[in-house]
Structure formats: structure tokens, C-alpha cells
Design a protein around this ligand. Structure first.
Ligand code: 13P
Length: 255
């Protein structure tokens, strides 16, 4: 039985002051949703304050990126141990990192290994562009991202992974893959590739999320799919009511 998991990827939104207000709004509702893992991924400057605001709750905290090196002359970057001071999770290889900042399967792989080395749980993102989707390349792209991004991981680490399948054409566009489309890619390609790398037993324990225009109104249908274990939420994670509704939908799958 995989515990449902919902993470809010705030992307480059909210100053520290705005972030504190949002967390204050989220706290009462989020604390009542106890049967799932719920995680906030704000921008770096807010991590310290939010870690203090959620201390003593079961709400998790994640960063949106990090470097793979331990320390050194990497201006503008953040090391794994710095993330670990405040967080349990780190998003790795989001399509916006891959698309705008040149991240590759190789850098994703380095970052995933570096995350485990300091005890962080990576939330690894995979997904195809609209062009790749229309050219019938979805399966090949997603498979490559899973196999290459996660290569040479120990099974004991692989079990702790969280993967997010985010078709890039569904991010911030209001278009979602249908629940059935997402289930098919997640079951056959994502979980199938994980089984190829780590064996079916390990693959069955790994939580796989869907991301891309998830809202309060469509979350329950998406999360009802047997291989979709929750969501990575962008825009709707910036509004307390919407994010709480989505978390409630994930908890509702346990009834
Ligand atoms: P939206 O929910 O805004 O489509 O963003 C999805 C996403 O990229 C989460 O990482």
C-alpha cells in the first residue's frame, strides 16, 4: 500500500512575507489531513521561516532544486547539505529546470545520488513536450528519463524515491492529460521502467505522482487511478483553499 503524496511546487512565487501568510492559511487545514504525506516546496529564501512555522507538524518541506557538489566555487548554487538543514525533500529535474537551465538526465542522476547521500528524498520529474507527444515519442522519452536519471541507484534508495510524471504540455496550460492517459503512461512506462531497473517488487513500492494543471475540481478523478499515488501541484498550490481541497482528494482515495 503506497501512502498518498501531494506536494506544492510554488515555483518562483511568494516573497518571505507572502509565503508566511500562505503557510498560516494552510496550517489549520493541512494539519487535519493526516493520512497522506503533504509537502510544501517554496523558493529558497522562505525555507528557514517555513521550517520554523511547520515544526512539530507532520507537514514536509522541500526545495525546488540543488547542486550535486558538496561545496565550492559554484556561484548562485545551493549544496545538498544546505537544503538538508531545512528540508526532507528536493525536487530534481523539473521540466522548467531541464528546459530553461540546461539540466539533462546526467545532471539529474548526479543530483538524485547527491540527495540520497545527505538523506534527502528526491522528487524526480519526468515528462514529454507537446511536440514529442504529437510525434508519438512519449513512451521513449519518459522511459529514457527514468532509466538514465535513476541509473546506478541502490534498491534501498530507489524504494524511497518519489517520481512525478508531468507532461510538459499540461503544465500551467489548463490542459490535463485525461486520468486514463496519465494512468497508462505511469503504469506502463514509468512503473514499467522502474521495474526494469530495480525489479517489480521495488517498483511497486515507489510513489508516482501526476503533475500538470491539477485542481480541486479534477484531483479526485486523477488520484482514483490505481498507479497514481498523488500529485505535484503548481498554480493551485499557491491558494490555500485549492491546495487543501487537492490534499483532501488524495486522502479520499483511502476511504
Ligand atoms: P501546474 O499545476 O501549474 O500546471 O504546474 C505543474 C507543475 O509543474 C508542478 O511541478
Amino acid at each position: 500500500m503506497r501512502k498518498p503524496f501531494v506536494a506544492g511546487n510554488w515555483k518562483m512565487n511568494k516573497t518571505v512575507e507572502q509565503a508566511s501568510l500562505l503557510v498560516a492559511d494552510l496550517l489549520p487545514g493541512l494539519q487535519t489531513i493526516e493520512k497522506i504525506d503533504r509537502v510544501l516546496c517554496p523558493p529558497f529564501p522562505s525555507l528557514m521561516v517555513i521550517s520554523q512555522m511547520i515544526a512539530g507538524t507532520a507537514i514536509g518541506l522541500g526545495a525546488q532544486n540543488m547542486h550535486w557538489e558538496d561545496s565550492g566555487a559554484y556561484t548562485g548554487e545551493t549544496a545538498p547539505a544546505m537544503v538538508k538543514e531545512f528540508c526532507e525533500y528536493v525536487i530534481i529535474g523539473h521540466s522548467e529546470r531541464r528546459g530553461y537551465f540546461g539540466e539533462t538526465d546526467e545532471t539529474v542522476n548526479k543530483k538524485v545520488k547527491a540527495a540520497f547521500a545527505v538523506g534527502l528524498t528526491p522528487i524526480v520529474c519526468v515528462g514529454e513536450t507537446l511536440e514529442e507527444n504529437e510525434a508519438g515519442k512519449t513512451a521513449a522519452i519518459v522511459k529514457r528519463e527514468v532509466l538514465e536519471g535513476l541509473k546506478e541507484l541502490a534498491s534501498s534508495d530507489a524504494q524511497k524515491l518519489v517520481i512525478a510524471y508531468e507532461p510538459i504540455w499540461a503544465i500551467g496550460t489548463g490542459k490535463t492529460a485525461s486520468a486514463e492517459q496519465a494512468e497508462e503512461i505511469i503504469a506502463k512506462i514509468v512503473r514499467g521502467s522502474l521495474a526494469e531497473s530495480f525489479g517489480a517488487e521495488v517498483a511497486d513500492t515507489i510513489r508516482i505522482l501526476y503533475g500538470g494543471s491539477v485542481k480541486g475540481s479534477n484531483a479526485a478523478e486523477i488520484f482514483s487511478m490505481p498507479n497514481i499515488d498523488g500529485g505535484l501541484i503548481g498554480g493551485a498550490s499557491l491558494k490555500a483553499d485549492d491546495f487543501i481541497k487537492i490534499c483532501q482528494a488524495a486522502e479520499g482515495t483511502l476511504e
